[in-house]
Each structure stands twice: as C-alpha cells, then as structure tokens.
Design a protein around this ligand. Sequence first.
Ligand code: 13P
Ligand code: SF4
Length: 304
Amino acid sequence: MSDVMKQQIKDLLKERNAVLLAHNYMRDEVQEIADITGDSLALSIEAARTDADVIVFCGVHFMAESAAILSPQKKVLLPRADAGCPMADMVTAEELEALRAKHPGVPVVTYVNSTAEVKAHSDICCTSANALKVAQSLPDNELIFVPDRNLGRWVARFVPEKKFIFWEGFCPTHERMTLAAVQQKKAEHPGALFICHPESAPEVSAIADHVCSTSGMYEYCRTSPASKFIIGTEAGILYQLRLENPGKEFILASPALFCPNMKLTSLEDVLLSLQTMSPVVTVPEEIRAKAKRALDRMLAVPRD
Ligand code: 13P
Ligand code: SF4
C-alpha cells in the first residue's frame, strides 16, 4: 500500500513540477521519498534556488514560511497546516520591538525558528548551522538574540568579546533531554561519543563531545573514527545516520527526544496535499519583503 502511495506521490511531483523538501526530523518514510533532506539552512538554500513551480515542505510552519519568503513566485505547500513550532511562537514582533526600544541601535539576530513577522523586525537571521558565523560577521560588540536562549548562550561562549541580550525562548523537545538521562546513557555505553544540538540545555551541551546542527551531525558521524554515538537531538535524525553508517551504532540520548509537530506529516498527508494543492503557505508582501532582507543577509554570510 505504501509503495503504491509513494509512486503516486512521485508521479504527482513530476506532473506538478514540484520538489519535495524534508527536514531531517521527518518520519522515515517521508525522508525516504524526499528529493532533498537537510537541516534548516540547507533547506532554505534549496528553497531559494530551486526552479520547481511548487515546493512541498515537509517540516514545520516556519520552514514553509521561509520558503514562501525566499521564493514568492512559487507555490509552497505545507502538508500539515497544524505542524507548528512552539519555540517560534515564544516571541512576537511587538515583544521584539519593546526589547529593541530598551537597547537602541543594537542589531537583532533571529533564529529561523521564528515567525515571518518576527523575521521582518530583525536585522539578520541565523540557523543552528551558521549562528556563530552570523554573530561573528556583525561589526557590533552587542547584539540581541531571539528566540532560543540555549542556541544564543552556546554561540555567546565563542564570542566573549560581544555582549548578548537573550530572549528566554526554548525548544520543548530538546529541553526534555535532561542531564541525568544523558549521564545514564553515557554510563550504559562507556566510550560512546555524545553529540547534541545547540537547542539543548546548557548543562547538557557542556558535557557533549560535539555540538552542531542536524546536518553537522551527519558530517561528524560520517568522518569520525568512533563507532558508537549517543545522539542528543530529535529521533528522526537516526534514520539517515543509520542508513549512511551501517557499521556504526547510534543511541538516542533520551526517549523524550520526539517532536510531536515534526512527526505529524504522513505519506497520506503528502499525497493529499499534492492532489488538492493545499494547504498553501503565504506571507503578506509587506512582511515578506522585510523578512527576506534578514534571510538574504544570513544567506550572504560566507559558510566556510
Ligand atoms: P536544524 O536542522 O537547523 O539543526 O534545526 C533544528 C530544529 O529544531 C528545526 O526545528
Ligand atoms: Fe520546534 Fe523543537 Fe520541534 Fe524543532 S524540534 S520544530 S525547535 S519544537
């Protein structure tokens, strides 16, 4: 049944000249049929450069919104309109403006896990893959970082010469990974390397062998001579880690690493979305143009 459905999806993608982008946290079967899988940065780059007419975004709302901001001439479908990100809703444009008013002239760096409206009120965006480079690229010695307090504090450690003003947003999924849970896994698997996402709580990141974005984890595990890894990010990442590294062992750091929003999208949803060409994600032009400026600035920061 699911093979038939996968074929129907492939046929419709072709018919509609559509590209299927899937985040690394998506269900295994959705990642399997995607044209491109990646982290937030890789998917934004792809959304900006694809020549498809339609982008089917298997991820959460802010990601589809970023695609709509970067590629306004394309139709952007988010198969599950209810797939949101709680962190993105932790700061509003009004709250950001109030914070800015308290710190006149200080630039705002906004994690892409945010609404289009918040991006529109920002100077530059960042993802977990380029947050440090973005912070380093700014000439200012002070900056406002929203909404993720954990990513912000992790980046701040590497640029001690800059003063950071944080917003207290967070990812509930990563914050459910406790230090005790990680320590238990480390005790059960002595010698395994512990790798976590910078959205993790500071006490968890502090004991990691490596902290990086989801795509950074693929690179690290592929090139590391180690054979056993404790993974501190959403469980969906295990699909490709295991596929790409059959001789290596991957252990999830905590059973709580499960993002309900990232798990909403099923193959049925993708098929229905392509059949009905909905739900469509759009951004009002006035917001889009301003948000695009912040995303474009991020994309212009040299990657290496
Ligand atoms: P990255 O893939 O950019 O590391 O994103 C993590 C995330 O939480 C997306 O929701
Ligand atoms: Fe949002 Fe965290 Fe889920 Fe990513 S993993 S979508 S940051 S709640």
